[in-house]
Design a protein around this ligand. Structure first.
Ligand SMILES: Cc1cc2nc3c(=O)[nH]c(=O)nc-3n(C[C@H](O)[C@H](O)[C@H](O)COP(=O)(O)OP(=O)(O)OC[C@H]3O[C@@H](n4cnc5c(N)ncnc54)[C@H](O)[C@@H]3O)c2cc1C
Length: 387
């Protein structure tokens, strides 16, 4: 897309989103137009649409932000198209979604803002999205949905669980990728989750899940999952994974269950004869929030290329925690107390490293910001979409 069209799309989206309740009103309007014209599509969505609306607007913002970075945007859209096969989406649905979105934007943009040029620019963007997603969907054959049975549910923290499943058929994902997951307790509410182990022929897969306050799906996963539950999975997505240059040193920063996609990569690296140096910072609010210490320290103990530094925001555990003060191990460096972004940035610019940051969106953004201020080049960073 030319830079003029990109600017028009960005400015008009920003203007609509800046209105009072703009994002929510835009999403409500979009879905009501879509369902009014295509009632058959309503069935694909959950009864409660609140999170769905929030995610829609974040996803549009993500695409709009990357319109001038086709090397990042196009692979993302292709993967999203491949993933959307799980809904049974057909070509005609892309037209319906594009038309409804333009109609919703037109409704909320001030008349003087919605010029023919803006209309045309949005039509081009939606065309690009639809064409690229269709390419992704039509470019693969084989399964669009996988299924697995829960075989273990381990509560590792008050608000987090490790859930292990046996897949009916193994999924060929790259260590570091994520996939959409649906559980029987929350039909049609797909959520992205990152496997914490590399893909294997036995179809064993593990997820680390943090229960979010007020969260529809994460609370049910952590609190209500039973052995024998059947989970569904979409196609793997994401660009995290071992760097293309196998000699390039790496820096990994994980908060909470954000360790999952990094742990999968470390487990894969542990199978290789040679690896670059990797420094992993693993953080939690309290020292006791840092979990999975046994597995991480085993990997560190057997692999001298790996250094693990635990970081906690505060030095003490909460009064109700009765375990040992520090759940660390001799294979790890001493725990540092401080805000993760500040701690990592204070230790250098990491300018020679491929940097992966995984955790809640505010943590990823703050850490990246602190590190850029300390001299880490923007091009070094990789992280998943923040929605
Ligand atoms: C690429 C990717 C990979 C992910 N991998 C994992 C994983 O391996 N393990 C895991 O536990 N989660 C993971 N997540 C987050 C997960 O997909 C859900 O967003 C999260 O579990 C909340 O879903 P929910 O239905 O419980 O909350 P919702 O009902 O959707 O939202 C409830 C409220 O929580 C807020 N919220 C949503 N997500 C978060 C969040 N991550 N942090 C703080 N507040 C939030 C919403 O804004 C909303 O206000 C991943 C997300 C992405 C984008």
């Amino acid at each position: 897309m030319d830079s003029q069209s990109v600017s028009l799309v960005r400015a008009s989206f920003k203007a609509v989103a800046a209105q009072e309740d703009g994002p929510d009103r835009l999403a409500r309007s979009f879905y009501s137009i879509l369902f009014a014209h295509h009632p058959d599509l309503r069935d694909l969505f959950p009864a409660v649409m609140l999170s769905q609306r929030d995610r829609l607007v974040k996803a549009i913002a993500y695409v709009v932000d990357r319109l001038d970075e086709p090397d990042k945007l196009l692979p993302f859209l292709r993967q999203l198209g491949t993933d959307h096969r799980k809904y049974g989406v057909r070509d005609v649905h892309y037209v319906a979604v594009g038309d409804s979105l333009v109609a919703a934007l037109r409704k909320f943009a001030a008349n003087e803002l919605w010029t023919d040029a803006v209309d045309e620019a949005w039509t081009d963007v939606l065309d690009l999205i639809a064409t690229t997603m269709k390419e992704g969907a039509n470019g693969v054959s084989g399964a669009s949905v996988w299924a697995g049975t829960v075989i273990e549910h381990e509560r590792v923290l008050r608000n987090a669980a490790i859930i292990r499943l046996q897949l009916d058929v193994p999924i060929a994902y790259t260590a570091g990728q994520y996939m959409s997951v649906q559980i029987p307790q929350r039909p049609k509410m797909w959520r992205f989750m990152s496997p914490a182990n590399p893909a294997n022929d036995a179809g064993e897969i593990e997820f680390h899940i943090r229960s979010i306050a007020g969260g529809w799906v994460s609370q049910a996963m952590v609190g209500s999952t039973d052995i024998g539950d059947r989970w569904l999975f979409g196609s793997p997505l994401g660009e995290l994974g071992l760097p293309k240059d196998p000699t390039r040193d790496m820096l990994m920063v994980a908060s909470g269950t954000g360790i999952a996609p990094l742990r999968a990569q470390l487990m894969e690296m542990a199978q290789r004869p040679q690896n670059p140096r990797v420094h992993l910072f693993v953080c939690g609010h309290h020292p006791c929030d840092i979990y999975d210490i046994d597995v991480l320290s085993d990997i560190a103990a057997m692999n001298p290329w790996l250094t693990i530094t635990p970081v906690s925001e505060v030095d003490d555990n909460p009064w109700w925690f009765h375990g040992s003060q520090d759940r660390t191990s001799p294979a790890m460096a001493n725990r540092i107390t401080g805000q993760i972004g500040k701690v990592v940035a204070a230790l250098g610019s990491w300018a020679d490293r491929d940097v992966q940051i995984v955790g809640p969106p505010p943590m990823v953004q703050t850490t990246k910001f602190r590190m850029m201020a300390a001299g880490t080049p923007t091009a070094n960073f990789r992280h998943d979409p923040l929605f």
